[in-house]
Design a protein around this ligand. Structure first.
Ligand SMILES: [Zn+2]
Ligand SMILES: [Zn+2]
Length: 223
Protein backbone atom coordinates (compact mmCIF):
# COMPACT_ATOMS: atom_id res chain seq x y z
CA UNK A 1 0.00 0.00 0.00
CA UNK A 2 1.26 3.47 -0.97
CA UNK A 3 -0.10 6.74 0.38
CA UNK A 4 0.32 10.11 -1.32
CA UNK A 5 -0.87 13.18 0.55
CA UNK A 6 -1.77 16.50 -1.06
CA UNK A 7 -2.81 19.71 0.66
CA UNK A 8 -6.12 20.63 -0.94
CA UNK A 9 -6.83 24.13 0.37
CA UNK A 10 -7.30 23.62 4.11
CA UNK A 11 -7.14 19.88 4.73
CA UNK A 12 -5.21 16.88 3.43
CA UNK A 13 -6.36 14.61 0.63
CA UNK A 14 -4.83 11.13 0.68
CA UNK A 15 -4.46 8.98 -2.43
CA UNK A 16 -4.16 5.32 -1.41
CA UNK A 17 -2.79 2.85 -3.95
CA UNK A 18 -3.28 -0.85 -3.38
CA UNK A 19 -2.82 -3.75 -5.78
CA UNK A 20 -6.49 -3.86 -6.73
CA UNK A 21 -7.40 -0.22 -6.72
CA UNK A 22 -6.95 3.44 -5.93
CA UNK A 23 -9.06 5.19 -3.30
CA UNK A 24 -9.15 8.94 -2.61
CA UNK A 25 -9.68 9.81 1.05
CA UNK A 26 -11.23 13.29 1.35
CA UNK A 27 -11.69 15.54 -1.66
CA UNK A 28 -10.50 18.92 -0.39
CA UNK A 29 -11.99 22.38 -0.78
CA UNK A 30 -14.01 23.32 -3.89
CA UNK A 31 -11.96 23.68 -7.11
CA UNK A 32 -9.39 21.02 -6.12
CA UNK A 33 -10.62 18.12 -8.27
CA UNK A 34 -8.39 18.89 -11.25
CA UNK A 35 -5.35 19.04 -8.99
CA UNK A 36 -6.20 15.66 -7.50
CA UNK A 37 -6.63 14.15 -10.98
CA UNK A 38 -3.33 15.69 -12.07
CA UNK A 39 -1.58 14.07 -9.12
CA UNK A 40 -3.20 10.75 -10.00
CA UNK A 41 -1.84 11.18 -13.53
CA UNK A 42 1.66 11.88 -12.20
CA UNK A 43 1.39 8.60 -10.29
CA UNK A 44 0.50 6.76 -13.50
CA UNK A 45 -3.25 6.46 -12.90
CA UNK A 46 -6.11 7.42 -15.15
CA UNK A 47 -9.14 9.04 -13.47
CA UNK A 48 -11.09 5.83 -14.07
CA UNK A 49 -8.65 3.95 -11.79
CA UNK A 50 -10.28 5.59 -8.74
CA UNK A 51 -12.66 3.05 -7.18
CA UNK A 52 -14.01 5.18 -4.34
CA UNK A 53 -14.06 8.77 -3.04
CA UNK A 54 -14.25 8.26 0.71
CA UNK A 55 -15.09 11.23 2.92
CA UNK A 56 -14.09 11.06 6.58
CA UNK A 57 -16.90 13.57 7.25
CA UNK A 58 -19.04 16.21 5.59
CA UNK A 59 -17.17 19.49 6.18
CA UNK A 60 -16.39 21.65 3.14
CA UNK A 61 -12.60 21.35 3.53
CA UNK A 62 -13.00 17.56 3.01
CA UNK A 63 -16.12 17.32 0.85
CA UNK A 64 -15.83 20.51 -1.24
CA UNK A 65 -14.57 18.84 -4.43
CA UNK A 66 -16.35 15.50 -4.00
CA UNK A 67 -18.92 16.10 -6.75
CA UNK A 68 -16.36 17.53 -9.19
CA UNK A 69 -14.03 14.60 -8.51
CA UNK A 70 -16.89 12.16 -9.08
CA UNK A 71 -17.57 13.83 -12.44
CA UNK A 72 -13.92 13.43 -13.48
CA UNK A 73 -13.40 9.88 -12.22
CA UNK A 74 -16.83 8.24 -12.28
CA UNK A 75 -16.12 6.93 -8.76
CA UNK A 76 -18.89 6.80 -6.13
CA UNK A 77 -18.83 9.06 -3.07
CA UNK A 78 -18.92 7.30 0.31
CA UNK A 79 -19.77 8.93 3.64
CA UNK A 80 -21.52 8.14 6.92
CA UNK A 81 -25.28 8.79 6.91
CA UNK A 82 -25.11 11.05 9.98
CA UNK A 83 -23.19 13.68 7.98
CA UNK A 84 -25.55 13.75 4.98
CA UNK A 85 -27.26 16.81 6.53
CA UNK A 86 -23.91 18.66 6.17
CA UNK A 87 -23.59 18.08 2.43
CA UNK A 88 -27.28 18.56 1.61
CA UNK A 89 -27.17 22.37 1.88
CA UNK A 90 -24.69 25.13 1.05
CA UNK A 91 -24.69 26.65 4.54
CA UNK A 92 -21.36 26.49 6.30
CA UNK A 93 -21.93 24.35 9.37
CA UNK A 94 -19.13 24.75 11.88
CA UNK A 95 -19.73 23.07 15.23
CA UNK A 96 -19.06 24.77 18.60
CA UNK A 97 -15.40 25.50 19.30
CA UNK A 98 -13.13 23.70 21.76
CA UNK A 99 -12.44 27.03 23.49
CA UNK A 100 -14.08 30.46 23.58
CA UNK A 101 -11.57 31.93 21.10
CA UNK A 102 -11.96 29.03 18.66
CA UNK A 103 -15.73 29.28 18.96
CA UNK A 104 -15.57 33.02 18.15
CA UNK A 105 -13.51 32.25 15.03
CA UNK A 106 -16.11 29.66 14.01
CA UNK A 107 -18.90 32.21 14.50
CA UNK A 108 -17.14 34.63 12.12
CA UNK A 109 -16.78 31.90 9.49
CA UNK A 110 -20.42 30.90 9.93
CA UNK A 111 -21.57 34.51 9.56
CA UNK A 112 -19.66 35.16 6.34
CA UNK A 113 -19.92 31.70 4.80
CA UNK A 114 -17.19 30.45 2.51
CA UNK A 115 -16.07 32.28 -0.63
CA UNK A 116 -16.81 29.23 -2.76
CA UNK A 117 -19.95 27.40 -1.65
CA UNK A 118 -20.20 23.65 -1.29
CA UNK A 119 -21.50 21.74 -4.29
CA UNK A 120 -24.20 19.75 -2.50
CA UNK A 121 -24.70 16.01 -2.89
CA UNK A 122 -26.13 12.83 -1.49
CA UNK A 123 -23.49 10.09 -1.13
CA UNK A 124 -23.68 6.97 -3.30
CA UNK A 125 -22.34 4.62 -0.62
CA UNK A 126 -23.22 4.79 3.07
CA UNK A 127 -20.35 3.98 5.42
CA UNK A 128 -21.10 2.09 8.61
CA UNK A 129 -19.04 0.98 11.58
CA UNK A 130 -17.16 -2.22 10.81
CA UNK A 131 -17.84 -2.11 7.07
CA UNK A 132 -15.09 -3.76 5.01
CA UNK A 133 -14.07 -2.06 1.78
CA UNK A 134 -12.63 -5.02 -0.10
CA UNK A 135 -15.25 -4.51 -2.83
CA UNK A 136 -13.43 -1.27 -3.61
CA UNK A 137 -10.03 -2.95 -3.78
CA UNK A 138 -8.63 -1.96 -0.39
CA UNK A 139 -7.85 -3.97 2.76
CA UNK A 140 -9.51 -1.61 5.19
CA UNK A 141 -12.56 -1.25 7.39
CA UNK A 142 -14.62 1.70 8.60
CA UNK A 143 -14.52 2.76 12.25
CA UNK A 144 -17.26 5.17 13.33
CA UNK A 145 -15.65 7.89 15.45
CA UNK A 146 -18.29 10.56 16.15
CA UNK A 147 -17.61 13.78 18.03
CA UNK A 148 -16.10 16.28 15.59
CA UNK A 149 -19.25 15.50 13.59
CA UNK A 150 -21.84 12.81 14.23
CA UNK A 151 -20.85 11.03 11.03
CA UNK A 152 -17.06 11.19 11.35
CA UNK A 153 -15.33 7.94 10.44
CA UNK A 154 -11.80 6.59 10.46
CA UNK A 155 -10.47 4.13 7.93
CA UNK A 156 -8.30 1.35 9.43
CA UNK A 157 -6.04 -0.61 7.07
CA UNK A 158 -4.82 -4.12 7.84
CA UNK A 159 -1.20 -2.89 7.83
CA UNK A 160 -1.87 -0.62 10.86
CA UNK A 161 -2.36 2.63 8.97
CA UNK A 162 -5.40 4.54 10.25
CA UNK A 163 -6.84 7.60 8.50
CA UNK A 164 -8.42 9.57 11.34
CA UNK A 165 -9.97 12.52 9.49
CA UNK A 166 -10.55 15.36 11.96
CA UNK A 167 -11.09 13.08 14.96
CA UNK A 168 -7.50 13.95 15.90
CA UNK A 169 -5.30 16.72 14.49
CA UNK A 170 -1.53 16.96 14.35
CA UNK A 171 -0.72 20.54 13.37
CA UNK A 172 1.88 21.37 16.01
CA UNK A 173 1.17 18.30 18.12
CA UNK A 174 -1.58 15.71 18.44
CA UNK A 175 -4.77 17.37 19.64
CA UNK A 176 -8.53 17.17 19.64
CA UNK A 177 -10.38 18.88 16.79
CA UNK A 178 -10.81 22.67 17.03
CA UNK A 179 -14.58 22.37 16.62
CA UNK A 180 -16.78 19.54 17.79
CA UNK A 181 -20.45 18.67 17.82
CA UNK A 182 -20.11 16.42 20.88
CA UNK A 183 -16.98 16.70 23.07
CA UNK A 184 -17.75 13.56 25.12
CA UNK A 185 -18.07 11.44 21.97
CA UNK A 186 -14.91 12.99 20.56
CA UNK A 187 -12.98 11.91 23.65
CA UNK A 188 -14.42 8.40 23.44
CA UNK A 189 -13.52 8.26 19.76
CA UNK A 190 -9.91 9.24 20.50
CA UNK A 191 -9.73 6.30 22.91
CA UNK A 192 -11.30 4.04 20.32
CA UNK A 193 -8.62 5.06 17.81
CA UNK A 194 -5.95 4.28 20.40
CA UNK A 195 -7.52 0.87 21.06
CA UNK A 196 -6.83 0.02 17.40
CA UNK A 197 -3.10 0.24 18.26
CA UNK A 198 -2.35 2.04 14.98
CA UNK A 199 1.17 1.94 13.54
CA UNK A 200 0.63 5.34 11.96
CA UNK A 201 -2.28 7.80 11.96
CA UNK A 202 -2.91 10.16 9.05
CA UNK A 203 -4.96 13.19 10.01
CA UNK A 204 -7.07 15.57 7.98
CA UNK A 205 -4.87 18.38 9.25
CA UNK A 206 -1.13 18.24 9.84
CA UNK A 207 1.46 15.51 9.71
CA UNK A 208 1.24 11.75 10.31
CA UNK A 209 1.86 10.54 13.86
CA UNK A 210 2.65 7.22 15.49
CA UNK A 211 1.29 5.26 18.44
CA UNK A 212 3.80 6.86 20.84
CA UNK A 213 2.50 10.33 20.00
CA UNK A 214 -1.08 9.08 20.30
CA UNK A 215 -0.35 7.47 23.68
CA UNK A 216 1.31 10.66 24.90
CA UNK A 217 -1.85 12.61 24.07
CA UNK A 218 -4.70 10.30 25.06
CA UNK A 219 -2.94 7.87 27.39
CA UNK A 220 -4.25 9.40 30.60
CA UNK A 221 -7.82 9.84 29.34
CA UNK A 222 -8.51 6.28 28.26
CA UNK A 223 -9.14 3.29 30.49
ZN1 LIG B 1 -11.05 19.55 8.41
ZN1 LIG C 1 -13.98 18.90 9.94
Amino acid sequence: MNVHTLFTGIANTHIVEEARGVVVIDAGMPRQARRIVNRLGALGHSPADVRLILLTHGHIDHAGSAVALKRLTGAPIAMHRADARLTATRDLKIPPGRSGAIDAAGAVLRAFGWIVPLETFTPDVWLDDGMALRDFGIAARVVHTPGHTAGSVCLAFEDGTVFVGDALLNALRVSFPLWWEDPASARESACRIRSLRPRVCLSGHGRPFDLNALDAFVGDHCG
